[in-house]
Design a protein around this ligand. Structure first.
Ligand code: ADP
Ligand code: MG
Length: 330
């Protein structure tokens, strides 16, 4: 059964950036105001994420890595109306099957923090050592995954160079930082002083776009705003007078980072029709709609999402283009 679990885990966590996305979503679900990430060797040697969220209480610490353990689903109907990122109870379980996992956590009402180590979905049995054991720590959670895919040679060999995996991590955190601008994020290589990205807490999306994607893009941004009975849409797009070499597209549906080939294609076509060949917009789009109309239960690493009213959203995005046509930077 362990091998089967490991294979399943390798499906959920295909590369370090998937693990970081899951861990970040847990920190956001925990109400974190700060999320600090350290990485070694593209995440293969070390992935560490520290937050100042609600923490995990000691009783839950014993079971958090068991599959389908989640504190986020109280009744079956909830599956239809998911308000938090997590709901499968699979992320920590999966990581514990393919890495050495350690959690240090403290809730507000606990006098001390606890440290726990896991293997294959369970608390590790370490002779002579209590696990979880009390330790010093601040409110919040530090999750450390070491030697990712140490037991899955095939998965490890399928990865790109560590520098490329590192870039993917920085990219996914950057996207979350734009969308969650009230939360401060950082990514750095473990043991190094310089950060690869950083945003301050209590910021705004546009300020974070400026910090993360550059002042030039930020100066050209136009607001995208639309609301009707089906969905609510907010975002920022570059003016048609300004283009980037590649289409940078940040799409969040109900606060989940997703991909939509349909929206991507339609929006790019509209914008590029105004621009010389080979130029594209920068677009950050956040769409909120009834969770019943979004299929989030797709494969966890294939972020391609399907939802109702796709065509309405595409035409609403086209309205942004009309604004852009008249605009000019302001
Ligand atoms: P899910 O997010 O789907 O519930 P996970 O495996 O990602 O499943 O996490 C399992 C549980 O562990 C969560 O439901 C939550 O209770 C707890 N947890 C995980 N990470 C954190 C964190 N950073 N802060 C507080 N609780 C956490
Ligand atoms: Mg989760």
């Amino acid at each position: 059964p362990t091998v089967v679990n490991r294979i399943a885990a390798g499906e959920v966590i295909q590369r370090p950036s998937n693990a970081i996305k899951e861990l970040m979503e847990n920190s956001l679900d925990a109400g974190a105001g700060s999320i600090q990430i350290s990485v070694k060797s593209g995440g293969l040697k070390l992935l560490q994420i520290q937050d100042d969220g609600c923490g995990i209480n000691k009783e839950d610490l014993e079971i958090v890595c068991e599959r389908f353990t989640t504190s986020k689903l109280s009744k079956f109907e909830d599956l239809e109306e998911i308000g938090t990122y997590g709901f499968r109870g699979e992320a920590l379980a999966s990581i514990s099957h393919v890495a050495h996992l350690r959690i240090i956590t403290k809730t507000a009402d606990s006098v001390c923090a606890y440290q726990a180590e896991y293997i294959d979905g369970r608390l590790k049995v370490i002779p002579g050592v209590t696990n979880p054991k009390p330790c010093a720590g601040n409110k919040g959670t530090i999750i450390t995954a070491e030697d990712l895919f140490y037991n899955m040679d095939i998965r490890r060999r399928a990865l790109k160079a560590p520098s490329e995996e590192h870039n993917r991590i920085v990219d996914v955190v950057t996207r979350y930082a734009v969308h969650n601008s009230k939360v401060g994020f950082s990514v750095k290589k473990a043991g190094e002083g310089n950060v690869d990205m950083r945003t301050p807490p209590k910021s705004t999306a546009v300020d974070n776009i400026r910090v993360l994607y550059g002042g030039q893009i930020a100066r050209e941004l136009l607001e995208v705003k639309h609301e009707d009975e089906h969905f609510k849409m907010r975002g920022h797009v570059t003016n048609v007078n300004f283009s980037t070499k590649k289409f940078t597209f940040l799409l969040f549906i109900n606060h989940r980072l997703v991909e939509s080939a349909a929206i991507r294609k339609a929006v790019d076509a509209v914008y590029t029709s105004y621009l010389p060949k080979g130029s594209h917009p920068f677009l950050y789009l956040s769409i909120e709609m009834n969770p019943r109309n979004v299929d989030v239960n797709v494969h966890p690493t294939k972020n391609e999402v399907h939802f109702l009213h796709e065509d309405l959203i595409i035409s609403a995005t086209g309205m942004a283009d009309k604004t852009a046509g008249q605009g000019g930077s302001s």
